[in-house]
Write a protein that binds this ligand. Structure first.
Ligand SMILES: [Fe+2]
Length: 191
């Protein structure tokens, strides 16, 4: 029988210290030390254990009207971290990550994620949609195909923090009902 007590204050009873939460800088330092791409589970664990202040995020915040804006925090050969800023109605193309996996923390706002299935004969088909709110983490493995966006009905800006391993290169984009795949390079002029 387990003697663990899963309740607030249990750490005081056992004397164990809760694990330290990661700041943006703390997470960036961990990522910069990686020499091989971390697993998707590890990316989830890190992002779920963050406590990032608005002040620390400030250098990476900036919105534009036409499209979401990508701000890079760090990148090496194994992993990268980005902050994305979305106005209501901004969304990605339908894409996969071309061999990378990635996790996304909703920092502030509402994120809609749609997932798709690809068949070489019938093409791309919608599978399901989900909503994520501040503090929640979602992710994409290989070969997940998805679209992320700030719904136009959210009435608020969206800030998300993304970690990809290995770093994103050229992505593949898709169209519903079509077997056609197009190559797409995320806008590097703004990171
Ligand atoms: Fe993605």
């Amino acid at each position: 029988m387990s003697t663990l007590v899963d309740s607030p204050g249990s750490s005081q009873i056992t004397g164990a210290k809760p694990p330290a939460r990661l700041s943006l800088r703390g997470l960036a330092e961990i990522l910069e030390a990686q020499r091989t791409p971390p697993t998707l589970e590890q990316l989830y664990e890190w992002l779920e254990n963050t406590e990032i202040s608005r002040e620390e995020l400030k250098p990476y915040l900036g919105f534009k009207e036409g499209n979401y804006w990508r701000h890079r925090v760090c990148r090496n050969e194994s992993v990268e971290m980005l902050v994305l800023c979305w106005r209501p109605g901004h969304r990605t193309p339908i894409h996969d990550h071309n061999g990378s996996h990635g996790a996304v923390l909703v920092y502030d706002g509402v994120l809609w994620e749609s997932n798709f299935k690809f068949d070489e004969k019938s093409g791309l088909a919608y599978q399901e949609g989900r909503e994520y709110r501040s503090g929640q983490v979602t992710g994409a493995g290989v070969p997940d195909i998805h679209q992320l966006g700030n719904p136009d009905v959210s009435g608020q800006n969206l800030i998300t923090i993304h970690v990809y391993a290995p770093p994103l290169g050229v992505l593949k984009t898709y169209k519903v009902g079509s077997p056609e795949i197009t190559l797409y390079t995320p806008d590097e002029s703004t990171v």
